[in-house]
Ligand binder design. Structure first.
Ligand SMILES: Nc1nc2c(ncn2[C@@H]2O[C@H](COP(=O)(O)OP(=O)(O)OP(=O)(O)O)[C@@H](O)[C@H]2O)c(=O)[nH]1
Length: 241
């Protein structure tokens, strides 16, 4: 099926006008010219409408595209971050750490809030949530720009320091523990929060699991030695460990 000729009427008016001019008949030419003027008028109006419509459609398309871009960005953010704290989620934290460990030295700090179950039991889950957010804020505020900050699960957090300096990492851990001790809930003046931490360093090419197990053992030690303290893995972990 062929598409309809959008300008059929205008073309007919034009050919009538041409014909009348060729014949030199003044009256017919006059009528044909009037027809042509009408057709031309209509064409200008229709073209104007079409252009307006096309402009509107383009604006709507641009708006839809912009919305789509924003939604994609939001979805990407949500898929990479923890919903409560905005820190990297477990999968993203581990994935990015694995990449960094392939070619560089890293220091991993693990952090676990102490007796967090009691916070929930005594003050309620929403207060527990606020404490988790408060801890995340302490991490974000203290960690250097190139560090990765993640929430590995419930009340467990991690910081990855690429090319980290051991003494600075320990200083950072002390600073974070201090910041967590300062967390307050105005509605519950008696609430005190502490966290246990561990630190472990690894040479390039070390597997994440190897580093994590060592750091986790040290964290367990910090818990069993009384909590609110930092335990370290003495030796650098190497790929053949
Ligand atoms: N409010 C809140 N609680 C959570 C969340 N995720 C995990 N929890 C709670 O965290 C608590 C963790 O308790 P445990 O693993 O026994 O550890 P703990 O009480 O902190 O004790 P230690 O780690 O040994 O000091 C549990 O009661 C969980 O329900 C969360 O997103 N929000």
């Amino acid at each position: 099926m062929t598409a309809p000729d959008l300008f059929a009427r205008e073309k007919a008016a034009l050919s009538r006008a041409k014909e009348a001019l060729e014949q030199g008949n003044g009256e017919i030419a006059h009528r044909a010219l009037a027809d042509l003027a009408q057709a031309f008028d209509r064409m200008i109006r229709d073209t104007g409408r079409l252009i307006n419509h096309a402009d509107r459609t383009e604006r709507e398309l641009n708006r839809a595209n912009q919305k789509l871009r924003e939604l994609t960005e939001e979805l990407t953010f949500r898929s990479r971050h923890d919903g409560l704290t905005g820190l990297l989620n477990r999968e993203t934290f581990i994935g990015e750490t694995v990449s960094l460990m392939a070619s560089g030295t890293v220091i991993l700090l693990l952090l676990d809030i102490d007796h967090f179950k009691q916070v929930n039991d005594r003050y309620g889950h929403p207060v527990g949530d606020r404490v988790i957010v408060g801890v995340a804020r302490v991490l974000c505020a203290r960690a250097p720009g190139q560090a990765l900050c993640g929430r590995l699960g419930g009340e467990e957090f991690a910081i990855l320091l690429p090319h980290g300096h051991w003494a600075s990492a320990l200083h950072l851990a002390e600073d974070i523990c201090g910041g967590i001790r300062d967390i307050r809930e105005p509605a519950h003046p008696g609430l005190r929060v502490t966290a246990s931490m561990s630190a472990a360093a690894s040479a390039p090419g070390t597997r994440f699991d190897t580093l994590y197990v060592c750091a986790d053992d040290a964290l367990y030690r910090a818990k069993s030695l009384g909590r609110d303290r930092i335990e370290t893995v003495a030796d650098w972990i190497t790929p053949d460990a």
